[in-house]
Design a protein around this ligand. Sequence first.
Ligand code: MSP
Length: 518
Amino acid sequence: MDKKPYYISTAIAYTSAKPHIGNTYEIVLADAIARYKRMTGYDVYFQTGTDEHGQKIQEKAEAAGITPQQHVDNVAAQVKEIWDLMNISYDKFIRTTDGYHEKQVQKIFRKLYEQGDIYKSTYEGMYCTPCESFWTPSQLVDGKCPDCGREVKPAKEEAYFFKMGKYADRLVEHICTHPDFIRPASRKHEMLNNFLLADEFIGKSDKELAAAAKDGTLKTKLQDLCVSRTSFKWGIPVDFDAGHVVYVWLDALANYITGIGYDVDSPSGQFKKLWPADVHVVGKDIIRFHVIYWPIFLMALGLPLPKQIFGHPWLLQGGDKMSKSKGNVLYADDLAKIFGKDAVRYYVLHEMPFDQDGTITWELVCDRTNSDLANTFGNLVKRTVSMTNMYFGGTAEDKGVSEEVDDSLKSAVCAARDNAAAAMDKFCVADALDAVWAIFRRANKYIDETTPWILAKDEGGRARLSQVLYNLLKSLDEGAKLLSPFMPAAAAKIAAEIGSVGKKEGSYTVTENPETLF
Ligand code: MSP
């Protein structure tokens, strides 16, 4: 039977600087979901990449005395290096400077212009350079950029605008009739209230909003969006108007379709197979672009909307936003050097709450690695493998002798599978890891309950002892399989140590010299 396709993407990282542990958290999160889906029988396509245009990048390159292309080549290589180091199983790494992407964005822009969704006018307003956004004076907060809080400066330019308002009703209706579109659900109201609905509609139920959108009585506050720039050059040129480059967000969002072969005239077979995407995984700060601008661009192109936008919270450094100027930026490669890549994966996947910001420090990663990984898990593997070597020269057999306590170990394994599946369905990755850890905790308790060292003293206890070790190895085998989407390297190491690959039916032959896992 053909496997069902599953298309998952991450945000594409800015190529302003090397990605920190917060950006890395997002890719690890998406990787865990992608690997889990693959393991459970989906034909997964996982796309990530880099967002390489914009004024900020042009300025960085100028300051470094290199061309913007050299600058983005350097940073894109660093991003890839970290993704590869963290064992990210992406199928495609798209760069917005890829020729195919650039050409398709130009075609998209032209099509939207020709069909009247984009028009030319002049923009006069306040401009925030870091965010590359124009604001009206009423949108400013204390005279500063409402997004990043930095200084804005007056600017006037000829520009192209997208008629957002034309699609606002349809968007509200979609959001209100597709409860799974924005995840977690708490983000939905934030989006509707802050960016979409006119004041008199705030607080109305989904049903009322959908009805108002349908009968044309809904009022929204969505303004037309400026989708071109003339103040800098490092962007995709509007091919019918020299001097204009395409707004970075229109350029960047399009990666989700150009990366799978979208073409305005003749989309590829891969595009037809994969679109609409199953989920775009993005940070909470950019959900807005994904649930407002992106769906509207897609509607204008006559394409279906992605099934879900999953907005994850932020990883903070000891409660603070990470920033170079504060000198508190943590990097995955530095952490991995000390703790190992899977310990870093475990930390970000397990310690991040589902819908609230989480925190990371060297001390916290160290504590978690010692308690959950080394004590609960590493020791369990080590003890089981050592006892199998000590009592049976490395091979534990299934003797068909079962006691009541064995059943509770077996049911812990089955429950873990079900609980992990239920958690992953909701993208509650930390809960899925807890479900796996329940196996290891139960197995540790099983050792205390069955006391192999006492069984070993009695010749008559040999069959039972073999059974106990076999049961432990089987639980580890199942646990490692379930763990593999989250900690692929550790799972593979355990599988090798307990001899689960190509093993004989009814026995496990373990390695002679188990390594310390964490
Ligand atoms: N280039 C845009 C995305 C365009 S997608 C069409 C961008 N890039 S980014 O490099 O700033 O961020 C990449 C992703 O990392 C975003 O989803 C962002 O929310 C996420 N994070 C950035 N800092 C983060 C933390 N401290 N914690 C968790 N995620 C963070 O935005």
